[in-house]
Design a protein around this ligand. Structure first.
Ligand code: F0G
Length: 360
C-alpha cells in the first residue's frame, strides 16, 4: 500500500463494494469522483425553497456516466479472458466502450443507429478506434442484434444488461451520500434503458443497509415524450426525440425500474423536446453548466415537479446530468440561433461599439 492520495478511479476507491479480487487487473481512466454542484440561481428563479444539486457526470473521462459502468464491465471482461466487447448504443455507451477497450488493448464493436447519434459521440468512438457498425435501424433493433450475435461469437456484451455495468454505476449514489452526509429526498434521472436509475437505487439501498446513510431517496425518472414506454405502460416501437441518447422504446431494465419506482415511492414522467431544450439552456445560462439534451430532462422534470408541488418545499434534490453538452454541438448551436454573436471588422472602434451595445 502506498500513501499516495492520487485518485485512481472508482473500482480502487470502492473495491470492498464491488465484485473484484485483490489481483484483478483494473482497467480505469480515473472515472467517478464527479462534482456535486449546488444550484444557486435556479431555485431563486422558480421561487421555491428547495436545495437542488446536480451530479455532473459529464465530467467523466469520456464525458458521460457510462464510464462508471464501463470500467467494471471491461475489467471483468478482461479478467474472464475476453478479447472483444460489443454494444448497441445511442452514442455514449459506444464512446465509453471504445475508450476502455483501447485502454485494455481489446477490440470494441459498436452498433449505432445511422444518423441518430450526436457528432461528439461519433468523433470519440472513431478516435478511440472501435469497429463501428452503423445500422439502418434504431437502438432497440441494435440491442436485439447484439444479444443474438453474442450467442454465436466470442464477444462480451457491455450494455447495461451486463450486471457489472450497474455495479459500477451504483457508485454515483455512494459519492452523493458521502458528500451530503445522507441520501437526498429525491433523485431525478433521465431514463432510457433504465439501467442507471436501477444502479442508483442499488447504491442508495446498499449505503442504507451498511449504515452509511439513514435514508433512501424517492427515485424519479423522466423520459422524452416521444420515447416514453414507462408512461405508456408498454414498449414503444418507433421512439423519437431530439435527446438522441434516450431515443429508446424497449428499455432493457423494464422490470427492475418498475421495482425501483415502487420500492422508493417515486414516479416516472415525460417531457416534450421543447421542455428538455429549455432546461438545457436554463442550466447553461443561469448556472454555467453545459449538459447534453437527454441529461437536462432530469432538471427540467424536477423544476416542473417543484413548481407543481409534487416535490415539496424544503426538499433536497439531486439531478443527474448524465452527459456533457459538448457531446452534441449541433443541437446546441441550432437552438442558439439568437446567440449574441456578430461578425465585425477587426478594428478597435467596432469592438468598442459592440461592447457598448451589449452592456447590460
Ligand atoms: N442520459 C444519457 C446522456 C445517456 O447516454 C443515456 C443512455 C441515458 C441518459 C439513459 O440511461 O439507459 O441507463 O436509462 N445511453 C445509452 C447509450 C443507451 O447507448 O449511450 P439509461
Amino acid at each position: 500500500m502506498s500513501n499516495s492520495t492520487r485518485y485512481t478511479g472508482l473500482i480502487d476507491k470502492y473495491r470492498d463494494h464491488l465484485p473484484v479480487h485483490d489481483d484483478t487487473r483494473i482497467i480505469s481512466l480515473g472515472e467517478g469522483n464527479t462534482p456535486l454542484i449546488r444550484l444557486s440561481n435556479v431555485p431563486r428563479m422558480i421561487g421555491k425553497d428547495v436545495d437542488i444539486y446536480v451530479k455532473y457526470e459529464g465530467l467523466n473521462p469520456t464525458g458521460s456516466f457510462k464510464d462508471r459502468g464501463m470500467t467494471m464491465a471491461v475489467t471483468k471482461a478482461v479478467e474472464d479472458g475476453s478479447k472483444a466487447i460489443i454494444c448497441a448504443s445511442t452514442g455514449n455507451t459506444s464512446a465509453a466502450a471504445a475508450a476502455y477497450a483501447a485502454r485494455a488493448g481489446i477490440t470494441a464493436f459498436v452498433l449505432i443507429p445511422e444518423g441518430k447519434i450526436a457528432m461528439g459521440k461519433l468523433a470519440q468512438t472513431m478516435m478511440y478506434g472501435a469497429v463501428i457498425l452503423q445500422i439502418r435501424g434504431n437502438f432497440d433493433v441494435g440491442m436485439q442484434l447484439v444479444k443474438e450475435v453474442a450467442e454465436e461469437a466470442p464477444v462480451t456484451i457491455v450494455n447495461s444488461i451486463n450486471p457489472y455495468r450497474l455495479q459500477g454505476q451504483k457508485t454515483a449514489a455512494f459519492e452523493i451520500v458521502e458528500e451530503l452526509g445522507a441520501a437526498p429526498d429525491y433523485h431525478c434521472l433521465p431514463v432510457g434503458n433504465a439501467g442507471n436509475i436501477t444502479a442508483h437505487w442499488m447504491g442508495y439501498t446498499e449505503s442504507n443497509k451498511d449504515g452509511v446513510s439513514n435514508n433512501v431517496p424517492k427515485m424519479v425518472g423522466y423520459q422524452a415524450a416521444g420515447a416514453a414506454p414507462f408512461m405508456r405502460g408498454a414498449m414503444v416501437d418507433n421512439p423519437e426525440t431530439i435527446a438522441t441518447a434516450i431515443r429508446i422504446g424497449h428499455p432493457q431494465s423494464w422490470d427492475k425500474a418498475w421495482n425501483v419506482q415502487k420500492e422508493s415511492g417515486g414516479w416516472f414522467d415525460e417531457l416534450q423536446d421543447s421542455e428538455i431544450l429549455e432546461a438545457q439552456k436554463l442550466l447553461a445560462q443561469s448556472e454555467g453548466i453545459f449538459c447534453e439534451p437527454a441529461s437536462a430532462a432530469s432538471l427540467g422534470g424536477a423544476i416542473r415537479d417543484v413548481r407543481n408541488g409534487k416535490i415539496p418545499e424544503g426538499s433536497k434534490i439531486v439531478c443527474t446530468l448524465t452527459g456533457n453538452g459538448l457531446k452534441d454541438p449541433d443541437t446546441a448551436i441550432a437552438q442558439c440561433k439568437n446567440a449574441a454573436m456578430s461578425t465585425i471588422d477587426a478594428t478597435l472602434s467596432d469592438v468598442k461599439r459592440s461592447i457598448l451595445e451589449n452592456m447590460t
